[in-house]
Structures are given as C-alpha cells and as structure tokens.
Design a protein around this ligand. Sequence first.
Ligand SMILES: [Zn+2]
Length: 425
Amino acid sequence: MSMYLRDATYIDWRTLKFTTGHLRVEEGESGGIEFVDEVPADLGREDRVLDCRGRLVTRSFACGHHHAYSALALGMPPPPTPPADFQQKLQHVWWKLDRALDPELVLLSALATALECARSGVTFVIDHHSSPNAVEGSLDAIAGAFEEIGVGVLPCLELSDRDGSAASEKGLAETGNRLAAGKPCLVGLHASFTVGDDLLAKAVALARKYMSGIHVHAAEDTIDQETTFAYYGCRVVERFKEAGVLDFSRSILVHGLHLDKGERDILKGSPAWLAENMESNLNNRVGLFSAEGLSSRVMLGTDGMHSDMIQSAKAAYFNGIDPEHADLVGIYSRLRRVHDYLSENGFSGDGENNLVILDYPAPTPVRQENFLGHFFYGLGSRHVESVIARGRLIVEGRRVVSVNEEEIRAMVRAGAERLWKRLAQ
Ligand SMILES: [Zn+2]
C-alpha cells in the first residue's frame, strides 16, 4: 500500500529545507518517503491520496519519556491533605494511583495516552510503566493498546523496592519475558532512592543479557541525591556508573536536575541518554533543567503530564532561556534527538514514513530560514490535521481514524470514574 500526499510542502526535519511536490509514503516498519513527478492515475485498491495543498508536512514527533499509566489522573480529585513536598506527592498521589490499577485500567490508560499522542502528532513513545498490583501481561497489554491506535511504543516496567521484593521479582520476570520474546523493551527502575543494590544488580544483569538498557529517573529531586548518599555513600550517577547502568547506549536517565560537575562528566563520557521533562519539573517544583556539561544525547519527554511534544519543546525553550541560555536551534534539535536514540539503538517503527500534516495558516511568510520562529511562537498541536504512522493514516481531519475514538473515550471515562472511586475509599 502507498499513500500519496499531493502538492505537499515538505519540511526536512533535520535541515528544515522546504520542498514542494507530491510525496509517496511507503507503508511498514522501515518504509520511506520519496518525491514523485505525478500521482499515478491507476491507484491500487489500498492506495490513498491526500490533498495537501497549503499544508506543511514534516516528520511526526516522538516522546522520550512518558507515563501512560497516569492518563486517568487528569481531573482526579486531589488527595485530602495537599502534599508538602516531592516525596509526599509520590506517596499521596502517584504510588496510590499505580497500586490501584488493575489490568483493565492499565489497558484504558494506554489507550487514552495513545489517542492523545496520535492527535498531537506523536507517533512513538518511550513509556515508563507502573502498576505493582497488575504486573503480569502489562507490557504486552500496553504495547497492544498503542498498536491498536497505530502509535509505536518502547515500554518498560518501573521497578522499585517500595512494594517489597515479591513485586519487584514479578516485574523482573515480566520484563525478562518480553525481552526473551524479542520484543522491544527496556529494563525500568523508579529511581536510585527506591531501588536497593540487589534489585539494581538484577536489573543491570537483565539489560546486559538481552542487550537492552535501563530507563530510570535520576536526580529529579534532592531527595534522590540525599537518600543515595546516606545509604550508599555516593551520588546517584556515581552509583549508576558503578552498577553498570551507564554501559548501555539504550539506557535513559530521566530528569538529571541535581547533578554536580563530576556526575555531568561521567554522563558525558558514557553512551547513556538523558530525557528532560520541563513541565513536570515545574509542576513538582523540583528545579530547572540545564544541559550544561552534558553531551548532546539529551532528548525531551512529557513525564506523563500530557502527550504534546510541541508543547514540551516550547516549555524546554522558554524555561531554559535563563538557566541554560537555551536557543531555538538547540531545543529543536533536542526535540528531534529521540529519533536518533531510536534509530541508533536499532528500534524500528520511527522511520521517515511517520509524518504530520499541519494546517497552519501562517500569519506571516514561513520558509526554511524562519521556520523555527514559527515552530516555537506560532505552531501548536491544534494545527495537526492528519497524522501518518508507519505509512498508515491514523488521524485524518483531526479525528483518530484507526479506531472508533468515541467508543474508546467512553470506556476510558468510565474507567477513570471507577479508579477515582477506588482511590477515595
Ligand atoms: Zn517519569
């Protein structure tokens, strides 16, 4: 099957070069795109043509760190006592929520997230999942839900010792099963301050066995550094280095706010990646990210706050101006680095045949030289009109067309009511 985009203005996502013409988009995990002189008159039965006159077409987006499991928390009643700090927020909100998730709620959370991603032009997600009382089968269920909508996913289970060793052993087994089946997966850990040495060693051994990587929060709040130092006599990144977490180019450290120079040097000298999540950091009042002293292996995520990567890029830029002298080119390339993380590490499904079609009636001229000005100050996910994922149309005219969106949304809303009631008990 092929899809033809007639009269598209295509913007190369790396060079920002504008080219106008007809694009042929190939379907499949590693399908490509090419310009054709004309759209053939004798189309195959499955072929599609989209009229893209006046539309901008570019590579769709990918999210470097997400928590689909938090999707049903949107609009949830707040805890009876407002959390005083980051640790209380974890204890009173997130660790209560993830323990309340059953297999159906895990599935609904993933579907809800994948719908939001699709509508925002996000066609691949690196997810960090937690449901300590619904571990078995959760990774495949999440992957299946994303697949149903048409969004690619690299999942993992957020393991920790906070629910006892039986839960973490189950999580290791679930992760090992998915990796043993040859399916894309990382080995997830919550954070240094909730992971003991035994679990850390087992997680790294599992990642090594299957040539995977560790996906873990690092130095999000000072509590991670303080607890790590009190228990292990070293800093978070030093501990991770010693344990072997940083040996893998598939490893992702998340946040990295409270890192000293030595830790930044260690990270820079390792093949590991870092995911920045500016809005989550603002929301949790844990500090502001700065990439100072880090390598260019920094990408952007949403940390479960939402699924809109254009919004994440804007937040990284506007809140990065002061602490790290952020500029448009630097933050745009940080937004796009997730594609390099995925391709360099051999994960498929995030190739050139993932596209957004933007209905952006630019109020001023838009071209290669000023595109980033438009991207950060003019464009928004409201301009995402259609989305092509792996060569397949999943959003058309701002509606998800890969599934019955209304039906899923009704199920998700009912699931949210059920979860909120459970949490209020
Ligand atoms: Zn996170």
